[in-house]
Design a protein around this ligand. Sequence first.
Ligand code: FAD
Length: 406
Amino acid sequence: MAAGRRIAIIGAGPAGVRCAERLAGRADVTLIGAEAELPYNRVALSRLLAGEIAEPALTTHAAADLAALGVHYLPATHATSIDRAGKHVLTDRHGAVGYDTLVLALGAQPVRLGFPGTDLPGVLMYRTLDDVRRMIGVAATGGDAVVIGGGLLGLEAAYGLGRRGMRVTVLHAVDRLMERQLDHDAAAMLLARLAGMRIETVLSAQTETIEGEDRVRAVRLADGRVIPADLVVMAVGIRPQATLARAAGLDVRRGIVVDDALRTSDPDIFAIGECAEHRGQCCGLVAPALAQAEIAARVIAGEAVAYVPRTEAAALKVAGAGVWSAGQIDDATAETIVLDDTEAGEYRKLVLRQDRLIGAMMYGETADAPWYLDLIARALPLGLLRAALPFGPAFATPVASGRSAA
Ligand SMILES: Cc1cc2nc3c(=O)[nH]c(=O)nc-3n(C[C@H](O)[C@H](O)[C@H](O)COP(=O)(O)OP(=O)(O)OC[C@H]3O[C@@H](n4cnc5c(N)ncnc54)[C@H](O)[C@@H]3O)c2cc1C
């Protein structure tokens, strides 16, 4: 890489920061971040909300670390437009930032549903440290919280608010919790566990309006039920942050379209993390965002490498009970093996096609997750290993292992 090459990175989330770290010292790196804080661990926000860690523990890079790396960090700075012909980014606080190569690491924004009342004070999204600070502020006086969305993020919010002493109701539009990760049996076990923690769940809930005048007071459902609320958290999905790229004339579908080298339709601009769309897929987990950052940094440094997506797993822990799933778990045509021990709170479902593991789901103890993930990723015939599959690697004999996937 030529000395003094200017690399501007927009977005100081995990993807942007990782890319900056990898390129620092080899180029002149400027990292532009809209949030006011030092880079922090977004994944750990739920632990902060649940009171398991304090705010300083979230920070991943002190100002001195970034300076020592040689990264020029511009916090609380919005990139407002990209001038591709002039090769610079316009910002709201630091004027124009020139680049030879630009990396978009803009992340995603939470979806805000369109019914009346969503703009009332006390209706929050769940994305940033600032969102969590506000939730903690409301929770300090107790009261009622309604979480709209019974997916992974919504349940983490519900758990955290419950731990902070709020009465919590989860409203979920579908007939089971975490329907993308769990089947009906596992979802029912999770629902029972939440009920034991005094977190109520309303399934197939159709929210009609959020009521209140100066601030939120209640949520009204289409069936007439009114649920009191001092706080409403909306966790109903994310949308790739692509406005800046679209305005700059880059190719955008759901996310910013990139090739295997993570280049956008402009060869001098890369996109990584949740804002990018690679082979029709936008990621929603931190591991692929970081993997993309690594690959983009290597390509920018001159290596001929390509990003290859891996099977990713979703995990959640609610009061000691783990929930984990990976691969294809809802393929009705595939074969399934189920281990169901409701008494012990253990449930596993393995999904197979042509003697290969294509998906797995666990509720309860989830320590065997890496083994299942590896089997799904390697996609080798299971052979004798099949008999041990529901019980985990401890039951996979060397004979079975030698003749099959493990
Ligand atoms: C509460 C919570 C819990 C989560 N838990 C998990 C988990 O357990 N496991 C997991 O794998 N994933 C989890 N995730 C998802 C994970 O955090 C994301 O996948 C990851 O943060 C994506 O990284 P990113 O860098 O692509 O985007 P982001 O982290 O969103 O970072 C993008 C940054 O770009 C900034 N930005 C956007 N536009 C501009 C602009 N115009 N100018 C300047 N800056 C801009 C944004 O402000 C943001 O700081 C969780 C997310 C949340 C919110």
